[in-house]
Ligand binder design. Sequence first.
Ligand code: 5GP
Length: 187
Amino acid sequence: MSKIFVISAPSGAGKTSIVRSVLKRIPEIIFSISATTRAQRDFELDGVDYFFMSEEEFKGKIESDEFVEWETFYGYFYGTLKSFVNSETEKGNSVLLEVDVKGAMKIKEVYPEAISIFILPPSIDELKARLINRKTESDEDLQKRFERAKMEIEFQEHFNYKVVNEDLEKARENVYNILLNELTKEK
Ligand code: 5GP
């Protein structure tokens, strides 16, 4: 039976690295590739990490109701494509969505059976250090991401599972076990 998983975390909590490594071990779960208008980072691939598109193209898709949910933050658009999620679930595949907390709440409205996981940084200070270290954002964007992280952490109680990323290996193992357990449950 296909399942829908939603993972959220403040940026810098280590979510992407956890998600990618866990999904390599569970090929039955397909990563839902979102659309975005933000700039492509050096190591990212179009159609793999995101579908990178212009604002015009994104807005066209909003008009034609092509998103399960979409959000704007840091001045960019991010959205989950209906076509992507539906075509995978129709094939019987499970899907994992990596979205912000508000997106996760919307996904739960649309798919109440979705299983949500929140990844927490060990502390706000640690999160700041990780973001600065990552060197992918400008100072202004960094500030916006810190502020947003504080708001996002307040949403943690709305998730089915919480995983603290104190130790990356342990956090990966935790997420892996949650997914595997849920995948093998009947309902
Ligand atoms: P980043 O720019 O670091 O890749 O992502 C910024 C934020 O956008 C992250 O919190 C990420 O989970 C979120 N995000 C990525 N794709 C989507 C999406 O399709 N919908 C929503 N609501 N958020 C998304």
